[in-house]
Design a protein around this ligand. Structure first.
Ligand code: ATP
Ligand code: MG
Length: 437
């Protein structure tokens, strides 16, 4: 028979297991805790959306729409896209469900996203984000709240060291338009010093040249006109209120006048939390205000602001994570006591203080004791026969606090009264529960 070729994983996807998965889950759990602290509601959204959700809102000229989307025709002939970001889908849901009645809404979501990019460290084709948005609030206090929450999240993950909040304003629509015109003029004057990619962006998305990663573009980009010269009084006041709020909350920030976001819909505040610890993939969290987005999707003018962070990049920065171990290993070396050992493990899992319990049933019974010892569990319970009684023998240290409820639960589950005898087994302080049947 011909040898069957095992299919490979799709390029740019990851199978996460062990420490990688634990770091990932830790980031999500921390986000879920922190977003609740700030009163953000959770969302579950489809991974697939009509292609128009992204092409209309993100802008045809953006990298995401022009090069990175996974778009296909489904069997009914509709153009479907695997979501490359959350914001547009959230805005679509906001409109199609009539959530205007709940505005302002503080929303959060996390899950997989898809972009056809060149895979490298910290850059995947399926990646994952945590995301927080406030829809229907025009106040700079909303921008501040989101940034303070992001700052707390990074602190609670223990990765704030070496991460800086870079802040910019893109102004309101008149400011942004005036700046854009100035940029097009300036870049046209310096055409021969620009990379090919940037020449292509010149008319359609000139702001994007400012954050080009191509070294050829850097001198021209760095000397380009800055938004400050084009900011309306209103836009200046807005930015001033955001920075004053951050200062009041004790959140450190630096101004980066060249910071623009890749997507077209941003207005006013734009920000990124950046680290130098991840090489070229240094942006861990980014976002800003997108007052124009919901209108682009056919909705009423609606102010909104939000951010998203790559879970993989955050997880890579997390220092170390306590290995996910069980608390108790239950085992028996006598196969006729298997059922009893199962009952003991269930009793411990359902106790007044449920403990993470593994019932060891694989491998040779003779080796289970050694396996339990090597497992690193805080405790091991050995189910044994003692003369005419059964015993549950506790090996290793036991937290005194949980000792009595655990014993009671076990004796209740087994329907036997236990006597407690202190004993010394394998040089460890231990107790034996002797049940008289
Ligand atoms: P970059 O400049 O790194 O491509 P971006 O501007 O495309 O980032 P956003 O669309 O703002 O990124 O997404 C927010 C965050 O999501 C990024 O800061 C990053 O942490 C993460 N991210 C974006 N694309 C990827 C990817 N392909 N793989 C892993 N993480 C990603
Ligand atoms: Mg990108």
């Amino acid at each position: 028979m011909a040898k069957i070729q095992t299919p490979q994983a799709v390029r740019g996807t990851q199978d996460m297991f062990g420490e990688t998965e634990e770091r990932f889950a830790h980031v999500v759990a921390t986000f879920e805790r922190v977003r609740r602290l700030y009163g953000f509601k959770g969302l579950q959204l489809p991974v697939i959306e009509p292609t128009a959700v992204f092409s209309r809102s993100l802008g045809e000229a953006t990298d995401v729409v022009s090069k990175e989307m996974y778009t296909f025709e489904d069997r009914g002939g509709d153009s479907i896209t695997l979501r490359p970001e959350f914001t547009a889908g959230i805005a679509r849901a906001y409109l199609t469900n009539g959530w205007q009645q709940f505005a302002p809404m503080k929303l959060s979501v996390h899950g997989p996203l898809f972009r056809y990019e060149r895979p490298q460290k910290g850059r995947y084709r399926q990646f994952h984000q945590i995301d927080a948005e406030i829809i229907g609030a025009a106040e700079p206090a909303a921008d501040v709240e989101l940034l303070v929450m992001a700052d707390q999240l990074l602190k609670e993950l223990g990765i704030d060291d070496g991460v800086t909040l870079q802040l910019n304003t893109l102004g309101d629509t008149p400011s942004r338009d005036a700046w854009r015109t100035a940029l097009v003029g300036y870049f046209n004057d310096h055409k021969n010093a620009l990379s090919e990619d940037s020449l292509a962006r010149l008319e359609k998305n000139p702001l994007r040249i400012l954050d080009s990663k191509d070294p050829k573009d850097r001198p021209v980009a760095d000397a380009a006109p800055v938004i400050d010269d084009y900011l309306s009084g209103e836009a200046q006041d807005f930015f001033g209120a955001v920075t004053a709020g951050l200062d009041a909350a004790g959140v450190a920030w630096t101004r980066n006048a060249a910071l623009v976001r890749g997507l077209d819909y941003y207005r006013h505040t734009a920000f990124e939390f950046v680290t130098d610890r991840l090489g070229a993939q240094g942006t861990v969290l980014g976002g800003g205000r997108y007052d124009g987005l919901i209108e682009n999707l056919g909705g009423p003018a609606t102010p909104a602001v939000g951010w998203a962070a790559g879970i993989e990049r955050l997880a890579m920065l997390v220092e170390s994570i306590a290995a996910d171990r069980v608390d108790v290993i239950v085992f028996t070396e006598q196969t006729e006591l298997d059922r009893l050992a199962l009952q003991v493990s269930e009793a411990v899992r359902h106790g007044p203080r449920p403990l993470r319990t593994e019932y060891l049933y694989t491998g040779s019974p003779k080796k289970r004791y050694l396996k339990a010892k090597a497992s690193g569990a805080w405790r091991a319970l050995s189910v044994e026969r003692h003369e005419n009684a059964i015993g549950v023998v506790r090996l290793r240290d036991l937290n005194v606090m949980s000792e009595r409820p655990m014993r009671n639960k076990i004796s209740e589950a087994l329907g036997v009264q236990f006597e407690f005898q202190e004993t010394e087994i394998d040089n460890a302080y231990s107790w034996i529960l002797i049940g008289k049947k």
